[in-house]
Design a binder for this molecule. Structure first.
Ligand SMILES: Nc1ncnc2c1ncn2[C@@H]1O[C@H](COP(=O)(O)OP(=O)(O)OP(=O)(O)O)[C@@H](O)[C@H]1O
Length: 256
């Protein structure tokens, strides 16, 4: 199942919606993008450029009007519901606001158990290991707590631990860092890098903040009004942008 091709391959994907006036517009317009094993790809662009729609299409949450999404070389559109569920485990989302995505009535133990890979048998030990891998040590001290009994940065770490529980090949982080303050953000970025090194997880980082791309992407795709207008190795795109829009995004961020 795990070939050497990309984990995620989005090909010529288009998605249209109706605006308030009832007219169709392209939220995503003929976009192709792939993510290889262990690779960090940043998808950047301003609000409304279509990044989250593309992310939802990649996760199989919405169907494109045309084009295809392949995970491990298999088209999501051709999978049975059971196969689609299995595919979704390989591709875990981490969303912006962990307060909203972590059920407040569940303990950390329950949140992690619910997300755990079906093969995990020693759930308690597995959960502790996950917590420690995201820097919450000793893990056992966090199991009985509820999300509101943690700091914002700790909640982000739990959200990452929960995504890791499924042993994904790819984490799709949609503005996962923009809600956090600067010091937490740096910590979580470092954590994600560390996890990539240990587990060879790939990331698709969806962000309006090009400084996140600068901090850790291997490859950057710049999206504007539903299209990818620039795409290449991070070093090239960020130091030598060819598109005016990329230049304007770069001009808008203070130096890190
Ligand atoms: N279900 C929907 N129905 C109609 N329009 C939608 C729907 N989902 C998104 N849109 C529109 O599609 C466009 C792209 O939205 P999308 O959320 O993908 O952008 P984005 O780049 O992720 O923006 P942000 O950074 O603000 O999240 C926007 O104009 C949005 O209003």
């Amino acid at each position: 199942m795990h070939n050497s091709g990309p984990i995620l391959s989005i090909q010529n994907v288009t998605k249209r919606f109706r605006n308030n006036a009832g007219d169709w517009f392209h939220a995503v317009n003929d976009v192709s993008l792939s993510v290889a094993q262990g690779e960090i790809v940043a998808l950047v662009g301003e609000s409304g450029s279509g990044k989250s729609t593309l992310g939802r299409i990649a996760l199989g949450l919405i169907r494109p009007d045309s084009g295809s999404v392949c995970l491990d070389g298999r088209d999501l559109a051709g999978l049975s519901p059971a196969e689609l569920r299995a595919a979704r485990r390989r591709m875990q989302p981490v969303f912006q606001d962990p307060t909203a995505s972590l059920n407040p009535r569940k303990t950390i133990r329950a949140l992690l158990a619910q997300a755990s890979h079906p093969d995990a048998i020693e759930l308690e030990a597995y959960a502790i290991g996950l917590l420690e891998s995201v820097g919450l040590t000793p893990g056992s001290e966090y199991l009985a707590r509820f999300p509101h009994e943690l700091s914002g940065g700790q909640r982000q770490r739990v959200a990452v631990a929960r995504a890791l529980a499924m042993q994904p090949a790819l984490i799709l982080a949609d503005e996962a860092l923009s809600g956090a303050d600067v010091s937490i953000r740096g910590q979580i970025l470092n954590l994600l890098l560390d996890i990539r090194q240990k587990r060879n997880v790939a990331y698709l980082m969806i962000t309006h903040d090009i400084s996140v791309a600068r901090a850790f992407a291997d490859r950057v795709a710049v999206m504007m009004r539903g299209r990818i207008v620039e795409h290449g190795p991070a070093g090239e795109v960020l130091t030598n942008p060819t598109h005016d829009y990329t230049r304007s995004l770069l001009a808008a961020v203070p130096e890190l």
